[in-house]
Design a protein around this ligand. Structure first.
Ligand code: HEC
Ligand code: HEC
Length: 341
């Protein structure tokens, strides 16, 4: 009898240890996933470098439904079908008056090489969707530096499932010097516009993920937010179906996280350096350092986590994130996203 009780305690303890070990704390939500990478889950396939035109590395989406329908957006002169809106080598430009003329590589990419248009993922105005990132208003030299880092492998995603970051790296490898300079000057010439509303919440709508990690609200009872940030389009249909470059995002963040992030950013609390020392007043950026104010929370979190995990290497940022916890970074992402750009 005694032996059995001892065995039962042993089994319970071992199970508890295994359960704790299995619960890896990482911000899956920032990478567009709702659960951690399991031992048998697939990771992104490698990008073949020698094939021309090179195949897309991001996950392929299914065929568009009801493609005969011409879609409309308020104030846009032209109408586009779903496939036209997403055409790899010349996606819909809904509001041509919102931006200067696009260089060819931004508007159409380079079909013979297999480089899809920058505007497909980052939008013609550079604001971009959460699973990609915003490029408007970044210093041109910084953009060129990032393209070099993607190319050399100094910048890659900490989440091995994130195939679209691999495609970004592949694009950086294949761009000509001319194309890179043209795209950098173009995106740097525009201002970053307000793009995300930060709302503190205990509960959020349930969400699903699209193939490449955009989170979309679905019908159902609210779910607890916990210690995550869940960021969804303000108008899911406009963002997901039409790639509306004027319609931004809502980031639901844990209650109290904005104030905690603000105090960390402002005085470091012995765990980090004041962000404004380098990112400038209001974190709006300087001539050489990127502005981070008002960028999407999931993008900001991916970068902090990637720097922390060392898959994105940078001498200035490495010490900034070295001692931060997952919760510290979540609070910083919530606070920085809430700032006016
Ligand atoms: C298939 C989608 C896709 C296309 C096409 C694409 N990008 Fe990207 N881009 C991404 C993703 C994904 C990221 C990285 C997001 C991350 O790190 O989490 C990114 C990041 C970037 C960044 C870094 C932004 C920052 O704040 O550091 C730059 C610069 C950039 N892209 C430039 C370009 C240029 C220039 C082109 C066109 C030549 C282009 N991208 C085409 C998906 C794309
Ligand atoms: C010592 C200077 C320095 C400090 C302090 C600093 N940063 Fe940075 N940060 C940089 C530099 C330089 C880059 C560009 C890195 C690169 O080229 O890859 C950067 C990049 C970033 C990026 C990625 C931007 C993008 O577009 O991808 C984020 C997010 C960021 N910093 C957040 C913070 C936060 C939050 C703080 C405060 C807790 C902070 N930084 C403090 C220098 C600094």
């Amino acid at each position: 009898m005694k032996r059995c009780a001892g065995l039962a305690v042993f089994v319970i303890v071992v199970t508890a240890v295994v359960l704790v070990a299995a619960e890896v704390r990482q911000p899956d939500w920032a990478y567009g996933y709702l659960k951690p990478l399991g031992p048998n889950d697939p990771v992104a396939p490698p990008c073949p470098i020698s094939v021309r035109p090179f195949p897309d590395c991001a996950y392929a989406s299914g065929p568009a439904l009801e493609d005969a329908i011409k879609l409309e957006l308020p104030g846009a002169a032209a109408k586009f079908t779903r496939s036209e809106a997403y055409f790899d080598y010349g996606p819909a430009d809904w509001y041509p008056g919102d931006h200067p003329p696009m260089p060819e590589i931004v508007a159409k990419g380079n079909r013979s090489v297999g480089i899809r248009a920058c505007a497909l993922c980052h939008f013609p105005n550079g604001q971009g969707k959460t699973e990609n990132g915003g490029v408007a208003g970044l210093p041109a030299a910084y953009i060129l530096g990032q393209l070099r880092d993607f190319k050399s492998g100094v910048r890659r995603s900490a989440d091995p499932r994130k195939a679209n970051t691999n495609e970004m790296a592949q694009i950086a490898r294949l761009l000509t010097e001319e194309e890179a300079k043209g795209a950098a000057a173009y995106f740097a010439s525009m201002k970053w516009r307000p793009w995300v509303k930060v709302m503190e919440a205990d509960e959020v709508p349930p969400v699903r993920r699209t193939t490449n990690g955009l989170l979309l609200p679905v019908a159902g009872l609210p779910v607890p937010l916990g210690d995550r940030i869940i960021e969804v389009p303000e108008n899911p249909e406009w963002t997901e179906v039409m790639r509306d470059p004027r319609s931004g995002f809502i980031a639901y963040v844990p209650v109290g996280s904005v104030a905690k992030g603000e105090s960390l950013a402002a005085n470091g609390q012995g765990r980090t350096t004041q962000c404004a020392v380098c990112h400038g007043p209001g974190l709006k950026g300087t001539a050489a350092i990127p502005g981070i104010a008002g960028r999407t929370a999931s993008y900001l979190m991916r970068q902090l986590w990637d720097f922390n995990q060392g898959t994105r290497k940078n001498q200035a940022m490495a010490p900034v994130v070295a001692k931060l916890s997952l919760d510290d970074m979540t609070c910083l992402a919530a606070y920085v996203a809430s700032l006016a750009p």
